[in-house]
Design a protein around this ligand. Sequence first.
Ligand code: ATP
Ligand code: MG
Length: 362
Amino acid sequence: MAQERAVLNQLQAAGYEAYFVGGCVRDGLLGRPVHDWDITTSALPEQVMKVFPKCVPTGEKHGTVTVLMEGESFEVTTFRSDGVYLDSRHPERVTFVPNLREDLQRRDFTINAMAMDLAGNVIDPFGGRADLERRVIRCVGDPETRFREDALRMLRAIRFSAQLGFSIAPETLAAIKTCAANCRHLSAERVRDEMGKTLLSDRPDAAAQMADLHLLSAVGIQRVKPCELASLPKDRAVRWAGFFRACPEANWQTLRLDKKTGEIASRAAQIAFTCKTRLDWKKLISREGGDTARCAAALTGDTETVSEILSSGECLNLAQLAVSGKDFPELSGKAVGERLARLLDHVLEHPEDNKKEILLKQ
Ligand code: ATP
Ligand code: MG
């Protein structure tokens, strides 16, 4: 038995209700790959922990226990409702509830508010299946109320529409326009995660739509130029670089991107289109390193040139130069560095000259 089924089975055998819920039901019905199985149950967290010897109380306050089974992990969450939200971000308190319907009711969109039992029966009180067929993102309940509870849902609406190629129901979109200003309270990390998933989807330009709808103010972004990111490879740094080109006001630190991705993407966005010739690319690799150069080349379409240079064996940095500081005992201090830099410039243009006897005469 697949592990996820075993988790449901064991909860049921212990006398509790248990269902697959949310993204896995949605993606399963769409025939898309399921990347994680979320499970909802009538069992309280301490009861879940008694059923499974190996588990971690990852979010006990929210009723979530991560169950570990043969190297896989499953999030098991007690049926709950989310109480009132006072700050557009967090429920004041969560309440465990006795039935599945109330748990489904707290979920954001109809397509995310379905559950499935072990026999494959779909529990769908809000018309999620019909919306899957119509290819529509629609809030569960009154959209304005739901967006005022948690402003992130507005970004999630755009993100799911980008990932699935769905439209947004007219009243849901109208509510986004009305409630957009509430997004200014969101944490940069949550906004970044939704932007990142959107950028890696088949419709990355939806990230620009987020800005047009004024949903990105928490990360200091007001405007994004029209862009065509879909032709770029689905690589995190490359898609962010494409976004940075379309949005010079975006800042990777404000977005709390990791340093490596942030530096590579923003630098690549600045310099990519300054390269015209093979020599320009060589100089760029030499100055900025291979990762940034590859990212920049993905933006301009010059990936073959850059791969060819990187595998050519030609000298690209001081370490590969046929001479070093020791070869110039007559020089000291800054003069050594300047001489080597000049020789590297020469060798970048004339790779055949990367020989000690030639360079010493330069
Ligand atoms: P994916 O993991 O593919 O991005 P998902 O639907 O599993 O999609 P998660 O963010 O993992 O999305 O959340 C799991 C489920 O929890 C969702 O399907 C939805 O039912 C519910 N959910 C998540 N975030 C919210 C939210 N902000 N408001 C209401 N319900 C939410
Ligand atoms: Mg998920």
